[in-house]
Design a binder for this molecule. Structure first.
Ligand code: HEC
Ligand code: HEC
Length: 424
């Protein structure tokens, strides 16, 4: 099944061929436990098992491998790698999911938190999803902006609740997440300005979220910064995207609700009293994701250097911070402040997520941007923008000033700024 849209903007979702029934995994785990002490070989092995788990095609229950079955019953992908090309944004898969919720973030009473587009045999698929693109004028920039609307048909369990909103999200690149995790909370808070005390029109506020264990933590991950750690985001991905429970998050039936009887009654994976995946498997995937490196920078010539100055002059770096410290010393250049900003009505959805409102989004990291654009991946949370200029044209709300300064640049200045962004 694929989202359809104007040419060049969509492609069929990648389906991953099934592989050998967890043999590799089981063999790997056995080997792992055979290594009694910490050693470089052990780290290397962890890396390889982590990667194979990330790329693994999970299977529905009941399967011969009880410790690794339990996919679904409803889901959006059979593998992490069905949506994520590791450190890079995936252009071919164009992996998008549809979040559901009302303005307060309450899930749809029947369809749950995600409108799943795949299901195991015998369980109905929740709905068919297509995209309809409309043109939006960009008066101060000579370009056409395209905006996607989600068209839902063939709803299997009756209509969505009237208060349920839909939010289209594309799968981001997973580069450098382990580094973003190491930015001290104080350094992030130091950049927040929720009441705009400095009067520059840019606020930026921290997204405090409740962790599964009830603790309050600073949200850093996801397009709305609604998860605090890679571990939490991975458990959430297993649950909502693959329908697999872990000790960190359940239930085994994933995102099914009591109105979806057959789904809740379908065979579940794992042992009766345990999660479908155990803590070791979860930890190995988390470790793998935390080790995706930060993208390598391209060369910076005279034009890029000029562009860097213009990036600051336009005020882009107020949100897209060019330097953040790490807890262990040193700095990184992710070009994000990890804060939420009101980006105006054009980018807004109507789904509350934790404390984030519809128009609020986390500043997208710009490292790896050149690579993302070159690969043809779309930009912004729903992948609507085909070019960097188009992404900037959507900037509104707190970013309206920066956008206007960009629009006021000469053609040569804009080209220099874009060349700089291309080098990230
Ligand atoms: C069906 C597609 C799909 C699958 C399968 C999937 N993801 Fe994702 N992933 C997404 C989308 C979409 C987002 C953005 C979610 C949001 O912001 O609401 C995301 C976000 C993330 C993030 C946060 C990235 C950031 O920059 O903040 C991590 C980490 C992640 N996924 C890891 C995983 C892992 C690990 C797996 C496998 C267990 C997985 N994902 C499976 C689509 C998918
Ligand atoms: C007020 C904060 C703010 C300012 C100022 C700002 N941005 Fe952004 N930027 C964001 C947010 C938030 C997003 C994510 C929006 C979304 O996904 O809907 C974003 C997304 C982007 C993206 C898309 C990245 C991706 O991976 O999809 C690009 C490119 C970008 N900004 C460039 C710029 C440039 C260039 C400037 C200066 C002209 C600028 N931004 C100024 C907050 C800001």
């Amino acid at each position: 099944m694929s989202f359809t849209g104007p040419s060049g903007r969509t492609s069929p979702r990648g389906s991953v061929p099934p592989r050998g029934e967890g043999y590799l995994l089981r063999a790997g785990l056995l080997l792992l436990t055979a290594l009694l002490v910490t050693s470089p070989a052990r780290a290397d092995l962890d890396d390889r098992i982590g990667q194979s788990l990330f790329e693994r095609t999970w299977v529905p229950a009941p399967a011969s491998t009880a410790s690794t079955d339990g996919l679904g019953p409803q889901f959006d992908g059979r593998a992490c790698s069905a949506c994520h090309d590791g450190a890079f944004r995936s252009p071919l898969k164009r992996a998008r999911i549809v979040r559901l919720g009302d303005a307060d973030g309450q899930p749809d009473p029947v369809y749950g938190r995600q409108l799943n587009r795949l299901s195991v045999q015998g369980i109905p698929v929740e709905a068919r999803l297509d995209l309809e693109w409309s043109q939006v004028p960009a008066p101060d920039l000579d370009l056409v902006m395209l905006k996607p609307a989600i068209v839902v048909t063939d709803l299997a369990f009756g209509p969505l609740a009237p208060q349920t909103g839909l939010s289209l999200r594309q799968a981001p690149a997973l580069s450098g997440l382990g580094l973003l995790e190491q930015v001290p909370v104080a350094a992030i808070l130091a950049r927040a300005d929720p009441d705009d005390r400095d009067g520059d029109g840019v606020r930026g506020r921290a997204h405090w979220v409740m962790e599964p264990d009830g603790a309050r933590a600073l949200g850093r991950f996801g397009w709305k910064a609604s998860t605090a750690s890679v571990a939490e985001q991975t458990a959430k991905a297993f649950l909502l995207d693959l329908g697999l429970s872990t000790p960190a998050m359940g239930p085994a039936w994933g995102d099914c609700t009591p109105s979806q009887r057959a789904c809740m009654d379908a065979p579940q994976g794992g042992a009766a009293d345990a999660a479908e995946l155990n803590a070791d498997i979860l930890a190995l995937v988390v470790r793998h994701v935390e080790h995706f490196p930060a993208p390598a920078r391209g060369a910076e010539g005279a034009e890029q250097a000029h562009g860097r100055i213009l990036f600051a002059a336009a005020g882009c770096d107020v949100c897209h911070a060019s330097s953040l410290p790490l807890a262990g010393g040193g700095t990184i250049a992710p070009f994000t402040d990890l804060l939420l900003h009101d980006m105006g009505p054009g980018l807004a959805d109507s789904v509350g997520e934790g404390g984030a409102t519809g128009p609020e989004w986390r500043t997208a990291p710009l490292w790896g941007l050149g690579r993302a654009v070159a690969s043809g991946a779309g930009l912004l949370h729903d992948g609507r923008a085909a070019t960097v200029a188009e992404a900037i044209a959507w900037h509104d709300g707190e970013a309206a000033g920066a956008r206007a300064r960009f629009a006021g640049f000469s053609a040569a200045e804009r080209a220099a700024l874009l060349a700089f962004l291309q080098s990230l």
